[in-house]
Design a protein around this ligand. Structure first.
Ligand code: MG
Length: 261
């Protein structure tokens, strides 16, 4: 299917959906500390999202049984929040939040340090976020999707990280996953990378980097994706609108912004 072009009304709603998802992610990030369970993080995200008049997009999505994804250490993505998963000093925890507001979806993710973490994990987090930043800098009208993918891949390879290939960024709008796919590497085949970005398209870019092998597998819960070698993995994601002359990140939030309630 061709990517959906959003009009200004839709973009304004997506701005609000993105802001709600970003606020929930930010607030949950502030709660991350040793001793907290991933279920507590899930509940707080749900509370914030609902208080803003939105719903938790992940809950029930293909049967997903929670409000956010919480993926710790060797878990790459799609970890299921759980009262028995208690964060410990030195862990890293990836949180992915999706909110649906007035018919449109906001989606973003970030990996947080739990207390003080190893230098190796600090580097992983910084590298993954840098991949996302550099990818966003390439985005604008007339740019091919593969150019965005290449920005992620080149930076990841500088650090020698494994790039997860089974999961990718995506177009987003009234549905969480729309065309085009936005892979984190440049594929040799004629896949989604040939799509040209145009004003009004909205995409999610979400690099997933592993300290070791790029290979992953899915746990018997049928959701949690883990690295095959058990080494840590990080995941950062923003939702970005293509504008007339560049890009607008729709999922930024910081404590300096006015918080209501
Ligand atoms: Mg996504």
């Amino acid at each position: 299917m061709a990517p959906v072009i959003k009009d200004s009304r839709e973009l304004e709603i997506m701005r609000q959906a993105g802001r709600i998802a970003a606020e929930a992610l930010y607030r949950v990030g502030e709660m991350v500390r040793p001793g907290i369970s991933t279920l507590e993080l899930d509940r707080e995200a749900e509370r914030i999202i609902r208080s803003r008049g939105a719903t938790c997009e992940f809950n029930g999505y293909h049967g997903f049984p929670a409000n956010v994804c919480a993926s710790r250490n060797e878990e790459v993505v799609h970890g299921i929040p759980n009262e028995d998963t208690i964060l410990e000093e030195g862990d890293i925890i990836g949180i992915d939040v999706g909110a649906r507001y007035q018919g449109y979806v906001g989606d973003n993710a970030r990996t947080f340090a739990v207390g003080s973490i190893s230098a190796e994990c600090q580097d992983l987090l910084a590298a993954t976020e840098l991949c996302l930043t550099l990818a966003i800098e390439t985005i604008g009208p007339g740019v091919k999707v593969w150019e965005v993918s290449r920005a992620v891949q080149e930076q990841a390879e500088i650090g020698g990280y494994g790039i997860v290939r089974e999961y990718a960024g995506h177009g987003i709008g009234a549905r969480m996953h729309e065309d085009p796919q936005v892979p984190n590497y440049v594929d040799s085949g004629p896949k989604g990378g040939s799509v040209t970005l145009r004003p009004g398209m909205v995409i999610c870019v979400e690099p997933m980097l592993n300290i070791g092998t790029a290979e992953v597998r899915v746990l018997p819960d049928n959701w949690t994706v883990v690295t095959r070698d058990g080494k840590p993995s990080a995941h950062f994601e923003h939702m970005i609108a293509i504008t007339g002359d560049g890009a607008e990140v729709l999922t930024r939030y910081s404590s300096e912004e006015t918080a209501v309630g």
